[in-house]
Design a protein around this ligand. Structure first.
Ligand code: F3S
Length: 709
């Protein structure tokens, strides 16, 4: 059996620190109290009790003057004050990452902002954070956020500052933030999730996907251990959750060739070692992930050394074989500070983060979400292993030796000045719409978030803002609020100016007959308005099609791109009349070039009237068969012989080019000498007053206007 141990298994930095502080306190004071179990591990809590650390559930159980240990979850401000009043020495083991949230919410609250904390309402860390702010609310997931938004009056304008429980699930936080940003225009987001948890889960997932069985060691009441087991279960069929070595039944591992081991943040190293030792009888070879990774890194580093650009000389310090106490102390001193600008070399790129070699003892990493705000950017297209990169230090964890960096925040600072300059010079800036919220959209202009109110988006009033998402837009900066780092812009202002310039150019060059490629902007019952370049022209319904149509929507849709030509224009009154139907498709021209007078055509009866029948000769051209021309005998009414939709042969006996009217006769074909499809040699006798045929069957002449037999 081969065992693969997770490098990140066991105590996180905050818990390790708390345990050390508790041990030191027990040694110094002999007896002391701990507010709540120091960690979620009964073995550790029991061992501390033996050393003199008793666990109390509330401040009421504290005796005045008793030394009190604050666990890594921290406590609220009021509890500190009470301890001071009781004269208790305080051993404050609040994790520095948690303490940072206390400071943050305190400052934000003092600035009049409401604190929204994403996390488990009853979790001690969350309860403690609430004790550091005034107006605050705890929301657990997107469902609760949606409910809160709908029930909170003026939630859109509320100044809120959002933080997360350090051990919160990143996906949950991201989805929650997405919802809040969409609705609230004045939201400040602080990503306070501790990467130790996500790194541990990521490594556990990696190992679980390569082994036959996975052992997860941790307290049964620990949420982070439960989550770890769940993550492993997603990639591995067999996950065994134990609290210590005594709970491991080795028979459960029968048949497994590779077994992975990980542990929650509250599991001490000695329990992990014990589990490993217990399995060692079964083990033929132990190979840790650490060894694998070290070997892989060594190979990679060797390759990179050859390829590295000459100017990159700041390689990380080589690990020293032996270090004196002073040297170790020196190393533990923080060399990087939050907010500093650093330069490094990209060591690797994964789908979730970019590792940066800073040439210091800490390893830097940029979460992919901190690389850029530009939509659609594939990190691998813009940076490569070996490239130099500059970034801001977001968080330093000296104990774990990691530094979280952000490139997008550095870009944002760099580009802030150019935004301020653009405001002063009224220059047009470009950006991509990255977010939509109730009040408008947010445009990312080279890392600077610019809010564009809905009224300045350039979209019609009722149009959904989603239309703009991920689109590149041009805008003018209209407001810069330096202290609040708030920038407001207008897409509409630029669009308006650009349209005006285009319109001027169009009016200067317009002429009758000129063709334009335009966009249908709107439809009415009488026609379509088409933008031909900053100017809208109107295509009358009769100019849309050679066929009879009732509504412009039968031919066009809003947004269609079409070719039109100018029929007429009035510069003074700014009116343009456009044509859309193709003159080459004119059915009258087609008809007259195909059917001379005297020829015979197959026609379709389209309408029966008292005085005759209208028949379609070709689409767009109808003729009239007068009642006297329907049959070679006298008939009472046309429907005695014909019916609508019937196709019959008819002779074209008269074409009135001027009025575009055609007279047809069926009777003429019953004459014995009637030729087919040729001009008639001897026409049947037709009165000069023979009714002409009306082209428009919708508006036929009144029967009394027609000559009668
Ligand atoms: Fe602190 Fe992160 Fe552990 S916040 S207590 S180091 S999980």
């Amino acid at each position: 059996m081969e065992i693969v141990s997770a490098r990140s298994a066991g105590f996180c930095f905050g818990v390790k620190r708390a345990v050390k502080m508790a041990e030191a306190a027990a040694e110094e004071y002999g007896r002391c109290a701990c507010l709540g179990p120091l960690i979620h591990n009964e073995d550790v809590v029991r061992r501390l009790e033996e050393l003199g650390v008793r666990t109390v559930d509330s401040l009421d159980e504290i005796t005045p003057g008793e030394p009190v240990i604050i666990r890594s979850h921290g406590i609220g401000r009021a509890e500190y004050e009470k301890l001071r009043a009781l004269g208790c020495p305080v051993i404050d083991a609040t994790c520095p990452d948690v303490a940072r949230i206390h400071r943050l919410v305190e400052i934000e609250s003092a600035a009049g902002r409401k604190i929204v904390m994403i996390g488990e309402r009853s979790h001690p860390e969350v309860v403690a954070v609430s004790g550091w702010c005034g107006d605050s609310t705890v929301l657990e997931d997107p469902d609760e956020i949606e409910k809160w938004l709908s029930e909170t009056p003026n939630s859109a304008d509320l100044p809120i500052s959002v933080v997360s429980q350090t051990t919160g699930e990143r996906k949950n936080f991201e989805n929650s933030v997405k919802l809040l940003k969409k609705q609230c225009t004045n939201a400040q987001i602080f990503d306070t999730i501790c990467n130790t948890t996500s790194n541990r889960q990521r490594e556990a997932r990696e190992i679980a996907s390569k082994v036959d069985a996975m052992i997860v060691i941790g307290g049964r009441h620990s949420a982070n251990t439960a989550k770890l087991a769940q993550v492993c279960g997603e990639c591995c069929g067999k996950v065994i959750l134990i609290e210590n070595a005594s709970q491991l039944d080795i028979r459960q591992l029968e048949g497994a060739c590779r077994v992975g081991v990980t542990a929650g943040a509250s599991t001490p190293e000695w329990i992990i070692k014990e589990v490993n030792r217990m399995m060692s009888d079964e083990i033929k070879a132990v190979e840790t992930v650490e060894e694998e990774n070290k070997a892989a890194e060594a190979v990679e580093n060797a390759a990179e050394t050859v390829e590295a650009p000459a100017e990159v000389k700041e390689a990380p310090e080589a690990p020293e074989a032996e270090a004196s106490f002073e040297e170790l102390l020196e190393r533990s001193i923080k060399t990087l500070h939050t907010g500093e600008k650093v330069r490094g070399v990209i060591a690797s790129i994964t789908p979730s983060e970019i590792s940066v070699d800073l040439g210091t003892k800490q390893s830097g990493y940029i979460p992919i979400s901190e690389f850029t705000d530009e939509a659609g950017v594939d990190v691998n297209d813009v940076i490569h292993v070996g490239d130099e990169i500059e970034a801001f230090v977001m968080r330093v964890n000296d104990v774990d030796g990691v530094v979280m960096l952000s490139k997008k925040r550095l870009d944002s600072v760099k580009n802030w000045d150019s935004i301020v300059e653009a405001r002063a010079s009224r220059a047009v800036v470009e950006g991509v719409v990255v977010e939509e919220n109730k009040g408008g959209v947010v445009v990312n202009c080279k890392g600077v978030r610019v809010f564009v109110p809905a009224s300045q988006s350039g979209l019609p009033k009722e149009a959904p803002m989603t239309e703009l998402l991920k689109k590149k837009v041009r805008l003018r900066i209209t407001e810069v609020n330096q202290p609040r780092k708030r920038v407001v812009g207008s897409i509409r202002a630029v669009a308006y100016e650009e349209r005006r310039a285009k319109a001027e150019a169009t009016w200067n060059e317009i002429e009758v007959g000129k063709r334009y490629h335009g966009v249908v902007k709107s439809l009415t019952s009488y026609g379509a308005f088409v933008d031909i370049g900053g100017v809208d022209g109107m295509v009358h319904v009769s100019e849309l099609s050679w066929k009879r149509i009732h509504q412009p929507s039968e031919v066009l849709n809003v947004g269609d791109e079409i070719d039109v030509y100018v029929i007429s224009f009035d510069k003074e009154n700014r009116k343009i009349s456009l044509g859309y139907k193709d003159p080459n498709e004119n059915p009258w021209v087609k008809f007259t070039s195909t059917y001379p007078e005297g020829s015979v055509a197959e026609v379709k009866i389209v309408k029966l009237m008292t005085f005759g029948a209208f028949a379609e000769i070709i689409p767009g051209v109808d003729g009239l068969i007068h009642i006297s021309q329907i049959a070679d005998r006298r008939i009472g009414k046309p429907e005695d012989v014909l019916s609508e939709g019937e196709v019959v042969k008819a002779k074209i006996i008269k074409i009135d080019n001027e009025n575009k009217k055609v007279s047809l006769s069926i009777r003429a074909l019953s004459e014995p000498t009637a030729p087919v499809s040729k001009p008639e040699a001897d026409e049947p006798e037709i009165d000069d007053d023979e009714p002409t045929v009306v082209y428009d069957t919708e508006n036929p002449p009144a029967p009394e206007d027609l000559p009668q037999e």
